[in-house]
Design a protein around this ligand. Structure first.
Ligand code: AMP
Length: 237
């Protein structure tokens, strides 16, 4: 199966060639048609599976041919646990937005940096990638409204829960329009996450990608104190 047969916007096919994406990865084969079909998706897949492009490509396709009025209401919200992931996801949106016929504006917001430039820049944005805490700060400052979000993505949802963002996530869900598409990606499934899935997802397409390398469940780290004379240095050649 090729990218050509998945129903993506023709301008994206050019970018896929530029990025050397010659064949869709399994998660992309399963997720792209479901997302284009407006279905909710539950993707159990780790980083490295190609999960980011599996939602970025159909989301950009669905935004093509639309007319947008410039305001503080975003069309797509991607919630992520960390600033690093926010930047990575933004970069994937950016590389695939170069040749689009309908230009799509993407922005990433996260804490640990000044909020004022983010407040100013949040005008006429289509796709917002955000960490939960900073997103709520921006909403409370009236820099942004979520009532027009058509697609919500939770990326690394398990990590967001592990970092203690559950209350923030629930508050964010309550600010969204009831009718929307929900895409949830997680490396693992836990009882807490099952709770979120039940509230959020409506008859989702479930995609589970086995990881190539099984990771150990637990890594034990042990330290020993040694005197200087007993210390030996090993060099790997
Ligand atoms: P991700 O799991 O989304 O973090 O993606 C892992 C890596 O795979 C990234 O470096 C992507 O650019 C790359 N990638 C994703 N899909 C494809 C594809 N179909 N062909 C080649 N590289 C890809």
């Amino acid at each position: 199966m090729s990218f050509e047969s998945l129903g993506l916007a023709p301008s994206l096919l050019k970018s896929l060639v530029k990025q050397n994406y010659s064949k869709p990865y399994p998660i992309q084969l399963a997720a792209i048609p479901a997302i284009l079909d407006n279905r909710d998706v539950l993707g159990i897949a780790k980083t490295g599976s190609g999960k980011t492009a599996s939602y970025v490509l159909p989301i950009l396709t669905k935004l093509q041919g639309r007319k947008f009025t410039k305001n503080r209401q975003v069309n797509v919200l991607v919630l992520v646990p960390t600033r690093e992931l926010a930047e990575q996801v933004k970069e994937v949106f950016r590389i695939f937005s170069d040749d689009l016929v309908t230009p799509i504006k993407t922005m990433a917001v996260y804490g640990g940096v000044s909020i004022n430039p983010q407040m100013k820049a949040l005008f006429g944005i289509n796709v917002l990638i955000a960490t939960p805490g900073r997103l709520l700060d921006l909403i409370d400052s009236k820099a942004l409204e979520l009532s027009n979000v058509e697609t919500l993505v939770l990326d690394e949802a398990d990590k967001m829960l592990n970092l203690g963002f559950e209350d923030e996530m629930k508050r964010i869900f309550s600010l969204l329009a009831k009718k929307r598409q929900n895409l949830l990606f997680s490396a693992t499934l836990s009882d807490e996450l099952e709770g979120i899935n039940k509230v959020l997802l409506n008859d989702p397409k479930v995609i589970q990608i086995a990881s190539f390398f099984e990771e150990p469940e637990l890594i034990n780290e042990v330290g020993y104190f040694v005197s200087d004379e007993k210390r030996v240095l090993y060099f790997a050649i």
